[in-house]
Design a protein around this ligand. Structure first.
Ligand code: PGA
Length: 271
């Protein structure tokens, strides 16, 4: 049995680990906003988030808006990401984009394996793995998305699905690589539906994800990896979600499309 002293120490360590992981809130704009609209919103957002401490803020617009977004975000604490990356350096891959192209455009992070990519565009754990490796090789931060469908949750398959996605998507990565990897846990049934996982459910699931990361990379590395929650996160629930031990930020769709709601969500998350 754990001694009271040892249990107290473990709790202190968990608290320390949580505090050492900077909250990362990223907006996933999906197929929304023209370049002009992206520029306008980032300019509106800039002064509202200037000076916010202990938080990393990102926005991933569409490919054609990346240039305008990077230009508008200059000199601010907003980093710009992309929603995909291909594993090849160049070549006959119609509709895809390479790491070099993204780097040249000023991108700093890449969302990989979002459930919409898995659902509509045939993304698999294997392609997620290839994209993640290309992303890390270019020194770009990878936001690797995982999540179970409603059917899988109801069929009691959540843990198996997440473990498979983590082990497949992160296969072959080193502990060093993991410094640039963020996991986004997004239950598919909560995306764009207004249904959020309860804070307890999200915490339990994300603690499980950290356990899988511990099996894969050891406790020290697993404790440094940030795990975002995604799926109808908004200004009303960001505080309670991000307060959880294993929830280190959010990947935000709908609520990231207007400066007011996004800023409120961020401020509440770090309050
Ligand atoms: P949502 O989307 O916040 O609109 O649910 C989240 C996501 O898909 O990343």
């Amino acid at each position: 049995m754990l001694s009271v002293y040892r249990a107290g120490q473990l709790l202190l360590n968990l608290e320390k680990n949580k505090m050492s992981r900077t909250v990362f809130i990223a907006g996933n704009w999906k197929m929304n906003k023209t370049a002009a609209e992206a520029k306008a919103m980032i300019e509106e957002l800039k002064p509202l988030v200037a000076g916010l401490k202990d938080v990393e803020i990102g926005i991933a617009p569409t490919f054609t808006s990346i240039g305008a977004a990077v230009e508008a975000a200059k000199g601010s604490n907003i980093k710009i990401g992309s929603q995909n990356i291909h594993w090849a350096e160049n070549g006959a891959f119609t509709g895809e984009i390479s790491a070099d192209m993204l780097k040249e455009a000023g991108v700093q992070f890449v969302i990989i394996g979002h459930s919409e990519r898995r659902q509509y565009f045939g993304e698999t754990d294997e392609t997620v793995n290839s994209r993640t490796k290309a992303c890390l090789a270019a020194n770009l931060q990878a936001v690797v998305c995982i999540g179970e469908t409603l059917e899988e949750r109801e069929g009691d398959k959540t843990e198996t699905v997440l473990e498979t996605q983590l082990k497949g998507g992160l296969a072959g990565l080193s502990n060093e690589d993991m410094a640039d990897v963020v996991i986004a846990y997004e239950p598919v049934w909560a995306i764009g539906t207004g249904k959020t996982a309860t804070k307890e459910m999200a915490q339990d699931t994300q603690a499980f994800c950290r356990k899988v990361l511990t099996d894969m990379f050891g406790v020290e590395t697993a404790q440094t990896v940030r795990i975002q929650y995604g799926g109808s996160m908004n200004a009303g629930n960001s505080a309670e979600l991000v307060a959880q031990e294993d929830i280190d930020g959010g990947l935000i769709g709908g609520a990231s499309l207007s400066a007011d709601t996004f800023v409120e969500l961020i401020k509440n998350a770090i309050s």
